[in-house]
Design a protein around this ligand. Structure first.
Ligand code: URA
Length: 313
C-alpha cells in the first residue's frame, strides 16, 4: 500500500534525522531493508521534499562568531589566524535541494556514502601511507551539504583524530565557516588525500602529497563529490586545486577566480595554514572576499557586518 510505504519512509527519515542530531553518522542497513526502502510502489512516485535556504531564524539564539582583527580592535600580529567578528551570525540549513541528476534517495545516498567510507577506511593502495597512518581521514559533515571545502591532506592532528581540519589550520577554517553564519556540520569537509603523507625519519612536520599519491586517492574524492553534489566547492590551497582540476596553476593567480569542477563552481582560495604563516590583514581579507563570493553564489543572506568585516580604514 502506498500509505504504508510513505509512512515507512517518513518514519525512517525521522529516525535517521534523530540519530544524526545525536551525532550518529553511520548506520548498518540490511540489503533487504535498503531494497524495500528504495523501491516505492509504482503507483506512488515519491518526491523529495524541496529544501530551500531558510532565512535565519531570528527568534532562535544566535551564535557568537569569533572576533575579527578588523574593526574589533585586533591587530594583525595578534593571535594566529583570527577570522570572523563579534557580529552575530545565524546558522543556515545548507543542504542540497534534490537534483534531477542524482537519482539516489536519502537512504540510498546514505548507504552509498557509508559503503564508500568503508572502502576508503580499508584502503591500502599506498602501502607506505597505510602502514604509517594512525587513521584514515575520510571526511566530515553533512552529506547533503550545498557547500564543500576541500583541503590537501591530513596533518598529525587529523591523523590522530581521524577527522579533517582539527588542528590549528582547522580551527581557523572553522572560524571562517562560522563567520559565514554556518557550522562545520552544515558543510562537508574532505581532503585530496585521505592518509597523512608520511615523513620517514622525522618525528614531526608535513609534506606535500606526491602526484602518485594524489592520483591514487583522488577517485575517492570524486566519488564523495558525486554523491554529495554540492552546489559550490571551495578549494583550499594549491594542492586542493591541483587535485580537483588536474592541473597546476599558482594559487596566487587562481584565488578569487571561479573555476569549474565537472560543472560545479569551484572557488580557489588560500589554505588556512597559509593565513597562519602569513598574518597580513591583506591575505585574510582576500580569503574573506572569496567567502563572500561563495555566499553570494549560494544566495546566502549577507549582513552589513559580514560585508564589512575587512573594510579598510
Ligand atoms: N590541512 C589540510 O589540508 N587538511 C587537513 O585536514 C588539515 C590540514
Amino acid at each position: 500500500m502506498p500509505e504504508t510505504y510513505d509512512e515507512l519512509l517518513d518514519s525512517t527519515i525521522r529516525h535517521l534525522e534523530g540519530l544524526k542530531s545525536r551525532g550518529v553518522r553511520h548506520v548498518a542497513v540490511s540489503g533487504e531493508t535498503l531494497r524495500k526502502l528504495s523501491q516505492p510502489p509504482a503507483s506512488s512516485p515519491r518526491q523529495e521534499p524541496a529544501q530551500a535556504f531558510r532565512s535565519p531564524d531570528v527568534s532562535s539564539p544566535r551564535r557568537n562568531i569569533p572576533p575579527l582583527p578588523a574593526g574589533e580592535g585586533r591587530g594583525e600580529g595578534e593571535s594566529s589566524g583570527q577570522m570572523g567578528s563579534r557580529a552575530q551570525g545565524a546558522s543556515l540549513p545548507l543542504t542540497s535541494q534534490p537534483k534531477i541528476s542524482n537519482p539516489k534517495s536519502g537512504v540510498e545516498k546514505a548507504a552509498a556514502f557509508a559503503a564508500l567510507r568503508e572502502r576508503v577506511l580499508a584502503c591500502v593502495k599506498c602501502a607506505h601511507l597505510a602502514s604509517s597512518r594512525k587513521n584514515v581521514v575520510f571526511g566530515v559533515g553533512n552529506i547533503d551539504a550545498q557547500l564543500m571545502f576541500v583541503g590537501e591532506a591530513p596533518g598529525a592532528d587529523e591523523d590522530a583524530q581521524g577527522e579533517p581540519f582539527v588542528g590549528r589550520a582547522g580551527e581557523l577554517l572553522t572560524k571562517i565557516i562560522q563567520a559565514m553564519g554556518l557550522q562545520r556540520s552544515d558543510v562537508y569537509i574532505a581532503n585530496i588525500l585521505k592518509c597523512r603523507p608520511d615523513t620517514p625519519g622525522q618525528s614531526s612536520g608535513n609534506r606535500k602529497p606526491t602526484s602518485d599519491e594524489m592520483a591514487t586517492c583522488i577517485p575517492y574524492l570524486h566519488e564523495q563529490i558525486d554523491l554529495i553534489q554540492p552546489r559550490v566547492i571551495v578549494g583550499l590551497g594549491a594542492t586542493a586545486i591541483e587535485g580537483l582540476l588536474g592541473k597546476t596553476i599558482g594559487i596566487m593567480k587562481l584565488r578569487g577566480n571561479w573555476q569549474t569542477y565537472r560543472g560545479t563552481p569551484l572557488m580557489p582560495t588560500f589554505h588556512p595554514a597559509y593565513l597562519l604563516r602569513n598574518q597580513a590583514m591583506s591575505e585574510k581579507r582576500k580569503v574573506w572576499e572569496d567567502m563572500l563570493a561563495v555566499m553570494e553564489k549560494l544566495a546566502m543572506p549577507i549582513s552589513d557586518k559580514q560585508r564589512n568585516f575587512f573594510t579598510r580604514g
